[in-house]
Design a protein around this ligand. Structure first.
Ligand SMILES: Cc1ncc(COP(=O)(O)O)c(C=O)c1O
Length: 365
C-alpha cells in the first residue's frame, strides 16, 4: 500500500475503468425492477432466465461459443466473482494455477485465498505468452492455466493461435484453461479479440469469464458471468450459491436490457479511446519512453530502468508532478514498470497528463 499526498489537480492514468457510464436503457430497466417484488427478492442463483438467454445469444454471435443457458452459464457479481467461483470449484488446497506475469492482481489473490499455489511464468519482452514456459511449469498438482486477453496490466492481445495452443495443451495435460475476457470489446488497431471457448476441439477444458463492467460502463452494478463445461456446472453453482447467492436483481435487469437493446453500445466508444491511445503512443515514443505498443484493454505497461524503484517513482510522479500511475509490482512485474490507463480520460486531459508524465520521468530518472 502506498501513502502519498495527492495534489488536488492530479490527473489520473491510474483507474482501469472506461470514461462512459451505462446505456440509459439499462438504467431504466434497473429502476423499474427496483420498485417491483422481483427486484428485492432473491433470484435464481444461476441468474435470471432472461439474462442467461440473451447472454447465450451474444456468446454465439459475438464470441462463437455454443453455450446452453441452463448448463454452461452462471451469472454472478462480476468477472472477479466468476474467477473465484471457478477456482473454488475446480481446485483442492495446494493445487497449482499457472499465471503468466505480469498478472491481474485479483487473480493472484483469489488463487491464494483458495489455498492454492500461483505458479508464475513471465511473458516475453512484448508481454506475449511464452506457451512452452507455461507448460514446462505445469506439475502434477496443476489444475489450470489462466490467460487474460486483452490484458490487464499490459494491454497485450493474444493471437488466436497462441490461445488455441494453450487450449490444446491444457486438454493434453487434463487441466483447464481459464480465459478472462473482461476487455473483449477493447482490442484496437489490427488486433482482434478471440474467445478460446470457440475452439470446439477443447471446450471441455475451457472456462471463459466475461463482464459488463468495462463493456457497458457499469462496474458498480456488479454483473459478470462464467461460461464453463457442463461437467463442472453444479460445482460452480454450489460456490455461487454460497458466496453470492445471486447477482443483484436490478443489476441483472440492467445487464439484460443493455445486451438486448444496445448490443453495439461498447463499440460506440472505441474510436474515442483509440484517439487517446494514439496520442499516448505518439508522445511516449517521441520521448523515448520504452514500452511494447500493445493493442487493447486501454493499458500500457511502461518499462523503467532496471535499477530504479518503481514505487518510489510513482510516488514522486504523484506528489511532485501531479500524475497518477500504478507501479508494476502489485501486478507481479519482475522488472520496474508503471501501468498507465488511457480509457478514462479525454484528449485534452491526456495531453496535459502526458506532459506531466514525460517531464516527471525526465526529472526523476
Ligand atoms: C482482467 C480483469 N478481470 C476482471 C476484472 C473485474 O471485473 P468485474 O468488475 O466484472 O468483477 C478486471 C477489472 O479491472 C480485470 O482487469
Amino acid at each position: 500500500m502506498m501513502h502519498c499526498n495527492v495534489p488536488k489537480d492530479a490527473i489520473s492514468f491510474g483507474q482501469g475503468v472506461p470514461f462512459f457510464g451505462p446505456p440509459k436503457e439499462a438504467v431504466a430497466a434497473a429502476a423499474t425492477v427496483l420498485s417491483e417484488e422481483v427486484g428485492y427478492r432473491y433470484g435464481l442463483d444461476i441468474g435470471t432466465v432472461g439474462l442467461r438467454n440473451v447472454i447465450a445469444g451474444k456468446l454465439k454471435v459475438s464470441n462463437g461459443i455454443d453455450a446452453d443457458p441452463d448448463e454452461n452459464i452462471i451469472v454472478c457479481a462480476g468477472a472477479n466473482q466468476a474467477f473465484f467461483n471457478v477456482i473454488s470449484a475446480i481446485t483442492d488446497p495446494a493445487d497449482g494455477i499457472v499465471l503468466p506475469t505480469p498478472y491481474y492482481f485479483n487473480h493472484e489473490m483469489a488463487v491464494r485465498i483458495a489455498g492454492c499455489r500461483p505458479i508464475l511464468v513471465p511473458t516475453d519482452e512484448d508481454y506475449q505468452l511464452d506457451v512452452d514456459a507455461m507448460f514446462d511449469a505445469v506439475d502434477e498438482r496443476t489444475r489450470a492455466v489462466v490467460t487474460v486477453s486483452p490484458n490487464n496490466p499490459t494491454g497485450a492481445v493474444f493471437p488466436s493461435w497462441a490461445l488455441n495452443e494453450v487450449n490444446e495443451r491444457c486438454a493434453d495435460a487434463g487441466i483447464i484453461h481459464i480465459s478472462d475476457e473482461a476487455y473483449e470489446h477493447f482490442a484496437f488497431g489490427m488486433a482482434d479479440h478471440y474467445s478460446p471457448g470457440s475452439f470446439d476441439k477443447t471446450t471441455e477444458h475451457t472456462i471463459s469469464l466475461f463482464s459488463f463492467s468495462k463493456s457497458f460502463g457499469m462496474p458498480g452494478y456488479r454483473v459478470g458471468y462464467s461460461v464453463h463445461p457442463e461437467w463442472m456446472h453444479n460445482d460452480v453453482l454450489k460456490v455461487q450459491d454460497t458466496i453470492g447467492l445471486c447477482a443483484p436483481m436490478p443489476s441483472q435487469a440492467a445487464a439484460e436490457a443493455a445486451l438486448r437493446l444496445c448490443p453495439d453500445y461498447p463499440s460506440r466508444f472505441v474510436p474515442t479511446i483509440e484517439e487517446v491511445r494514439s496520442l499516448f503512443i505518439k508522445v511516449l515514443t517521441e520521448n523515448d519512453i520504452p514500452f511494447p505498443v500493445t493493442d487493447g484493454g486501454f493499458y500500457f505497461l511502461l518499462k523503467l530502468p532496471d535499477d530504479v524503484d518503481a514505487l518510489a517513482v510513482a510516488k514522486r510522479l504523484i506528489e511532485d508532478h501531479g500524475i497518477i500511475t500504478i507501479p508494476g509490482r502489485p501486478f507481479g512485474a519482475t522488472f520496474p514498470a508503471l501501468r498507465v490507463s488511457y480509457g478514462n480520460i479525454d484528449l485534452e486531459v491526456a495531453a496535459e497528463g502526458l506532459e506531466r508524465l514525460v517531464n516527471g520521468l525526465e526529472a526523476i530518472l
